[in-house]
Write a protein that binds this ligand. Structure first.
Ligand code: HAM
Length: 432
C-alpha cells in the first residue's frame, strides 16, 4: 500500500470531478463577463504583513490559520488565505485606479489551517469579484445581483438565502466597540474563558459565541446599528431599497460581522441549510478603509468570494450535476500486430490530423485483442478500429453495430461520412 498521502485537508480533484469543475468555472467566467468584470491572476504567495494589516492580527485567520514560512532570503511569506488583500495590493501596486474604476475577478486556491470537515478544507478554491473606486450602494447591489444571477442560473435560488448587515465606518465601530467593552466588562462574572480573552483582544467576536449561557447577555448588548450616523444609515437604506426593487429576498442580521477585519458598511453572506455546519457559500462586503491603510489614499472597494468546493457540494446535494461526454473517445484504435503499437499510433495520428475535432485514442495496454475490444467497449466510444494481421483495417461502428473491412483510403472516407452524420444528428452536443 502506498503510504504517501496527501496533506490533511488538501484533496485531489479526480477526472470524474473535473467536468463539473470546468462547467462551473465556465459559469463564473460567463457571469463575470456579462457584468463587465475582468480577470486578475494573482500570486499564491504574499508577504505575511499584507494579511496582518488587511485581515487583522486578532482574527482567527491571521492568528491561527496561515501557512507562514521564511523563504531563503529570510522574508516572511505566506500561502494566501484569501484573495481580497492580494487583489487590492496588486491594484495599488500597478496604479490601476488612477482616475479609473476597476471591476475585477479572480479564481484559485486559498489556504487556511482549519480543522477539516465536510465543506471545510485547508486548501480550498474561491471565485472572487472586487469593485474598486465606486463608493455607492449601487455597486454593493450589483455584486449581490451577480451572485443571485449565478445561483438562479444553477437552479439553486431556493437553496440559498441572503443575510446582510452594515458595519458602519471606523469611528462608528470604535464607539460601538467601546460600548461593548463597557457592557461585557460590567458583566465579566458571566463570561466564559474564551469570551474573557476575546474581550481583551476583539470584543466584537464575543457576539459570535455559541455558548447558550451567554445568549441573553449577547442579545442585550449594545448594537452597532444604534451607533450608525446618517451617511451610513443612508448607504444601507439605499442598498435595501435596491434589493427590494430587484426582488431579492434578504434578512438583516445585526449579528453578521464576518471573520475578516477589513469590512466597513455593507457585509453580506449567502447561506444554505443543505450542507450542515459549513453553510456559508458566499461572503463579501465593502472595505472602504483598507486602501488608505496600505497607501494613505482612500479608495472605495467592495467584493465577494464564493467557495467553489462548497458550491459543488450544494449542487451535488440538490442533484444538479452535469453529464459531460467530452472525455468519451470517438474512436479507439486497437491492433493485433506485433509491432509494439507503432501502426496503431501512426494511424491514430493520421486520423487526428485529418479530423481535427474527433477524440482518437489508441489501446496501448499491450493486451490481447479481445481485451483491447473490451476496454474500447467500456470507454463508450463510437467506433473501434482494428488493425488485423492480414493487413486489413476493420471498422466497427458501435451505434449501427455494422462491421466493415477496408483499407486506409476507405477508412478515411467512412469516418468522414460518419462525422457528417454525427454533426447533423446532434449539432449542439459536446460531441462533434
Ligand atoms: P470568507 O467568508 O472568508 O471571505 O470566504 C469566502 C468563502 O470561501 C466562504 O463563504 C466559503 O464558501 C469559502 N471558504 C472559506 N474558508 C473555507 C474553507 N476552509 N474550506 C472551504 N471553503 C472555504 C473572504 O475570503 C473574503 N475575501 C471575501 C470578500 C471578497 N470580501 C470582499 N471581497
Amino acid at each position: 500500500m502506498n503510504d504517501i498521502k496527501s496533506v490533511r485537508g488538501m484533496r485531489d480533484v479526480l477526472p470524474d470531478e473535473t467536468p463539473q469543475w470546468q462547467w462551473l468555472e465556465a459559469r463564473f467566467r460567463q457571469m463575470a463577463h456579462r457584468y463587465g468584470y475582468q480577470e486578475m491572476r494573482l500570486p499564491l504567495l504574499e508577504p505575511v504583513s499584507l494579511f496582518e494589516r488587511a485581515v487583522g492580527v486578532s482574527t482567527d485567520i491571521v492568528s491561527k490559520e496561515m501557512y507562514n514560512f521564511r523563504d531563503k532570503s529570510g522574508e516572511n511569506i505566506t500561502l494566501r488565505p484569501e484573495g481580497t488583500s492580494g487583489c487590492l495590493r496588486a491594484v495599488l501596486e500597478n496604479n490601476m485606479c488612477y482616475h479609473k474604476t476597476q471591476r475585477l475577478w479572480y479564481q484559485g486556491p486559498m489556504f487556511r489551517y482549519e480543522r477539516p470537515q465536510k465543506g471545510r478544507l485547508r486548501q480550498f478554491t474561491q471565485f472572487g469579484a472586487e469593485a474598486f473606486g465606486m463608493p455607492g450602494a449601487d455597486i454593493d447591489a450589483e455584486l449581490i445581483f451577480m451572485v443571485r444571477d449565478l445561483f438562479t442560473g444553477l437552479g439553486l435560488e431556493n437553496h440559498v438565502r441572503l443575510e446582510i448587515n452594515s458595519l458602519g465606518n471606523s469611528s462608528e465601530r470604535q464607539l460601538h466597540r467601546q460600548a461593548l467593552v463597557n457592557w461585557f466588562s460590567h458583566h465579566q462574572q458571566l463570561l466564559d474563558e474564551d469570551s474573557k480573552m476575546r474581550l481583551a483582544i476583539n470584543p466584537l467576536r464575543i457576539l459570535d459565541s455559541k455558548n447558550p449561557r451567554l445568549q441573553t447577555l449577547i442579545e442585550q448588548a449594545p448594537r452597532l446599528t444604534d451607533f450608525l450616523q446618517q451617511d451610513s444609515q443612508q448607504h444601507f437604506a439605499t442598498l435595501c431599497e435596491l434589493l427590494d426593487k430587484a426582488e431579492i429576498a434578504y434578512r438583516i442580521n445585526p449579528r453578521l460581522v464576518r471573520g475578516l477585519g477589513y469590512y466597513s458598511h455593507t457585509v453580506f453572506e449567502w447561506i444554505t441549510d443543505d450542507l450542515g455546519a459549513q453553510g456559508t457559500v458566499c461572503g463579501g462586503g465593502r472595505y472602504d478603509g483598507l486602501a488608505e491603510l496600505f497607501s494613505g489614499k482612500p479608495l472605495p472597494c467592495c467584493g465577494f468570494a464564493i467557495g467553489i468546493e462548497r458550491l459543488l457540494l450544494l449542487l451535488a446535494a440538490t442533484n444538479r450535476t452535469v453529464t459531460d461526454h467530452r472525455h468519451v473517445p470517438d474512436i479507439v484504435v486497437t491492433s493485433e500486430l506485433s509491432d509494439g503499437g507503432i501502426s496503431a499510433l501512426l494511424l491514430a495520428e493520421q486520423l487526428r490530423r485529418r479530423f481535427t475535432t474527433l477524440r482518437v485514442l489508441t489501446d496501448s495496454s499491450g493486451a490481447r485483442l479481445k481485451r483491447q475490444h473490451q476496454n474500447a467497449l467500456n470507454s463508450q466510444c463510437r467506433i473501434i478500429i482494428t488493425l488485423n494481421h492480414d493487413g486489413h483495417i476493420r471498422l466497427w461502428d458501435l451505434q449501427s453495430q455494422q462491421q466493415s473491412e477496408t483499407d486506409n483510403a476507405g477508412l478515411m472516407t467512412m469516418i468522414a461520412a460518419r462525422q457528417q452524420h454525427w454533426q447533423k444528428s446532434t449539432p449542439n452536443s459536446d460531441r462533434p
